[in-house]
Design a protein around this ligand. Sequence first.
Ligand SMILES: Cc1cc2nc3c(=O)[nH]c(=O)nc-3n(C[C@H](O)[C@H](O)[C@H](O)COP(=O)(O)OP(=O)(O)OC[C@H]3O[C@@H](n4cnc5c(N)ncnc54)[C@H](O)[C@@H]3O)c2cc1C
Length: 428
Amino acid sequence: MDLKIPFTGQKRLVIIGGGFGGIEIAKELKDQDIQIVMLDKNNYHTFQPLLYQVATGGLEPGSIAYPLRKFMQEIPNGIFRMAEVTHIDTDTQKINTDIGDLHYDYLVIATGSKTNFFQFPADVSGKMMEMKDIPQALNLRSYILESFEEALLTYDETKKEELINIAIVGGGPTGVELAGALGEMRKNILPKDYPELDFRKMQIHLFEAGPRLLAAMHPENSDKALKYVKDFGVNVWLNTMVTGYNGQEINLSNGKIVRSGTVIWTAGVKGNPIAGLPETAKAGGNRILVDEFCRVKDTENIFAVGDVACMIQDKFPKGHPMVAPVAIQQGDLVAKNILLLMKGKDAKPFVYFDKGAMATVGRNKAVMESKGMKMGGFIAWLAWLFVHVMTLVGFRNKLTVTMGWLYNYFTYDRTLRLIIRPSKRKDD
Ligand SMILES: Cc1cc2nc3c(=O)[nH]c(=O)nc-3n(C[C@H](O)[C@H](O)[C@H](O)COP(=O)(O)OP(=O)(O)OC[C@H]3O[C@@H](n4cnc5c(N)ncnc54)[C@H](O)[C@@H]3O)c2cc1C
């Protein structure tokens, strides 16, 4: 069955995914002589960099999500359908979705990434928590809070330890930011909410397989981040791999065992491609191999941008980093290239403009670096706040996040500690 989409007589561009890359393309092609059909399995755009604040009760989900239908109101030549794309037929130029099939003249795959548990079988990874989307962040928030509620009820000290301890796997920006936020909660909030629990006994562990945190940043910033998380009382385990987990005990590569009922996996992501592309377009990390124009290998009119795309260049032999600026810049280029191709002109190659990197560690502390300049502490934290507010989609979200942060900052509180859904680990 074909999907019902108005026929305008224009060439049709189908964008799969309303993430950072997808919405950039739609913005760039606004008012151009092309029909844009955006498809997403969710009816909202997610600002993933702030998911950890939803998970720790600092922000409401509506502050970091933006309705794609509202976004598309600004694109007169655009249309949105909530649909999960399952397959691409490159011969007939059709995609299959859970609500019908659709013909495209140009196609952009901007489907992002998903959690990579590497060697762990499903019965182990299923016992860990993920934080890649809003339902998972809310699930994590409920799970942590429910564990504290349960800890109040038990006389068994070993069980209590298991319920209040939290372990994070992966010392990248997400792991470090989460560890900082949880350390701050343990210091300022949880003892007031649960006065009967002894929070001196609560352990927050951060496991990193490599020799330093924030491996993609300068070693000086790694050292600063290490100090900041340790100041929040987080136990940092460098050069330590998690080798197993049974839901209560974590096995470590150094032979030690650590007890925690909550393990949050932030140690890896992999591409989230759509089936049906040529075999030659398969790249490492489950990504789609694209040329310098972001065109999928061995196709004519299919492009991929962002986390799912792997463009191999001398400086990026394994593809570009899976971060929002890459998705935005590739989206911008693909939009311009589609217009050039429609006019019979040559497409332009992608050149990544690396603006730098930053990560925050609880209140008042962050690290950032850009163009050889490195900074830590309060000024970096202010810069982190500013950049994140400015990158959010929609004025309401910018406003609510700013207000929420001001409130949290001055009251030392996170008021969104609501258990609004029964939580579960994947295999529960
Ligand atoms: C917790 C976390 C923190 C992060 N922090 C930072 C940070 O501080 N700075 C930074 O630069 N980057 C950060 N990132 C990475 C950044 O969010 C990604 O690089 C960016 O979102 C990639 O953009 P994208 O457009 O490729 O994909 P996404 O933004 O992930 O969008 C993909 C979209 O595709 C949709 N989709 C997927 N499959 C289908 C399908 N089959 N059919 C229909 N729709 C589909 C999804 O619903 C989603 O809306 C973080 C990521 C996470 C998870």
